[in-house]
Design a protein around this ligand. Structure first.
Ligand code: C5P
Length: 240
């Protein structure tokens, strides 16, 4: 397969056409952003780490029956995905209090929830990705009621699989964000990236942060932390 013209460049990835209809080539970049892109740093090795972590997690999700955009990894920092029409929603699932939830409701850090919290955000750089509720999503006709119910149900299934996968690696999945897209056949599947860029992970014993918060809060070295996550995922894969 050949990598052809670039289609778009995001904050952490570049998308290219290929010589196969319905398949895109994704290059993970050595770049980290915070504050919705207002802060941008070059971080050597990040692209390769996220591509490898994402590959392990998408393969695991697919082995557990979740339909996704993922096709295969093609190099350390590149993978193939199905061509998607992205749905402009970010679905956040929270298993414990952190980040904006903790700031908003002033609750104890890592207070565990009896049921996962589901939040939706409208993906728009111009609007700074505002929170959006179900009736607002339907009013803006972003998706239908049936599609929204499917997306939320799917995000909760993803939570179950990822929580178990990270637990096997000694990590607690605190919260994460996922995005969905429609394939060329109109089927809604899990898309975008799943990596420590878009989730919060803590060591199950020490509660040390092992995700992008170390970059956002400047409390640690992103490459060291992501290398540790990848190592634990590989070691726990080999152990099973
Ligand atoms: O900041 P907040 O607590 O709302 O983030 C919840 C989760 O969603 C975190 O895991 C964060 O990394 C992720 N997120 C993301 N992209 C955004 C906003 C949040 O990946 N634009």
């Amino acid at each position: 397969m050949q990598k052809l013209a670039m289609i778009k460049e995001g904050k952490a990835k570049r998308f290219y056409e290929t010589d196969e209809v319905g398949v895109n080539w994704v290059e993970y970049l050595d770049q980290a952003t915070a504050l919705n892109g207002k802060r941008k740093d070059r971080i050597i090795g990040k692209g390769s780490l996220n591509n490898q972590i994402d590959t392990i997690l998408f393969e695991d999700l697919m082995a557990n029956g979740i339909k996704t955009h993922f096709v295969k990894q093609v190099s350390q920092n590149e993978q193939l995905v199905k061509t998607m029409t992205m749905i402009p929603l970010e679905v956040v699932i929270r298993n414990a209090a952190s980040g904006s939830f903790q700031r908003k409701f002033k609750v104890e850090y890592l207070k565990a929830f009896k049921k996962p919290v589901v939040e939706t955000f409208y993906k728009s750089d111009a609007l700074d990705d505002p929170f959006i509720n179900e009736s607002q999503i339907l009013a803006l006709e972003i998706v239908t009621e049936t599609e929204l119910a499917f997306i939320i149900d799917y995000a909760l299934k993803v939570n179950q699989v990822l929580t178990a996968r990270y637990a096997a690696a000694g990590l607690k999945l605190v919260d994460f964000k996922v995005e969905f897209g429609k394939t060329m056949d109109g089927e809604i599947v899990l898309a975008d990236e799943i990596s420590p860029d878009s989730c919060r992970l803590v060591d199950e014993k020490t509660l040390e942060s092992l995700d992008k918060d170390v970059f956002r809060k400047e409390t640690g070295d992103l490459v060291d932390v992501y290398t540790e996550v990848l190592k634990r995922l590989i070691d726990s894969q080999e152990a099973t």
